[in-house]
Design a protein around this ligand. Structure first.
Ligand SMILES: CC(C)(COP(=O)(O)OP(=O)(O)OC[C@H]1O[C@@H](n2cnc3c(N)ncnc32)[C@H](O)[C@@H]1OP(=O)(O)O)[C@@H](O)C(=O)NCCC(=O)NCCS
Length: 170
């Protein structure tokens, strides 16, 4: 297993695997922006746009065969007054690779880079009561607020989200 930052040169070769990770996560019921697994072309458009974004760093976890099994992103606010903070988004591990520490390692990699960039205030939001909330809690993220009816689930019901923060050493 290797975890690394995705470079522009490998966008195209990683795209099919990243699409699969996204589609699998949505299919598993994860709240990652989509209410149903996006069609291949829609997922490809979403990934291409995201990977090309100027203020987003994307990590990929690849298995021994080089296939993507997980990903996470760090969004860096462009505002002058927000240079100390960053948002963790789209932490996703393919179901066949879960429970083996990949998610934790991806999160650690994003935190390490955030610290290196002086982004010591980390923010994320995750479905209230979801399993990811417990994982973040274990890793030092504290609840800042709960927003009711934040996002629709794959079942069409509106669910609350918990905004969590973590302050890194600085
Ligand atoms: C959340 C997710 C990324 C975790 O990935 P993973 O590779 O299975 O996680 P890890 O194996 O690294 O586990 C991380 C920690 O969470 C714990 N954990 C894993 N699954 C858990 C579960 N279902 N319930 C409670 N804790 C769990 C592990 O014990 C581990 O803790 P430890 O390091 O103290 O042992 C993965 O379940 C996923 O992709 N879910 C769908 C997408 C999603 O909901 N993302 C969050 C968006 S905010």
């Amino acid at each position: 297993m290797q975890i690394r930052i995705v470079t522009p040169a490998e966008h195209e070769s990683l795209l099919p695997g990243l699409i699969e990770v996204l589609r699998d996560s949505v299919d598993s019921g994860a709240s990652v922006g989509f209410v149903a697994p996006p069609a291949w072309a829609e997922a490809a458009r979403w990934w291409s746009r995201t990977l090309a974004g100027p203020d987003v760093i994307t990590w990929v976890a690849v298995d021994d065969g080089g296939e993507p099994v997980g990903t996470v992103q760090l969004v860096l606010p462009w505002q002058d007054n927000g240079r100390h903070r960053a948002e963790i988004v789209k932490l996703m591990v393919h179901r066949h690779a879960r429970g083996r520490g990949v998610g934790g390692r991806l999160l650690a990699a994003a935190e390490e880079e955030a610290a290196r960039l002086g982004r010591w205030l980390l923010i994320l939001n995750t479905r209230t009561g979801g399993e990811a909330e417990a994982i973040y809690g274990k890793r030092g993220y504290g609840e800042a607020a709960v927003i009711p009816d934040y996002a629709a689930g794959t079942d069409g019901v509106l669910y609350p989200t918990t905004i969590m923060t973590k302050v890194l050493d600085h």
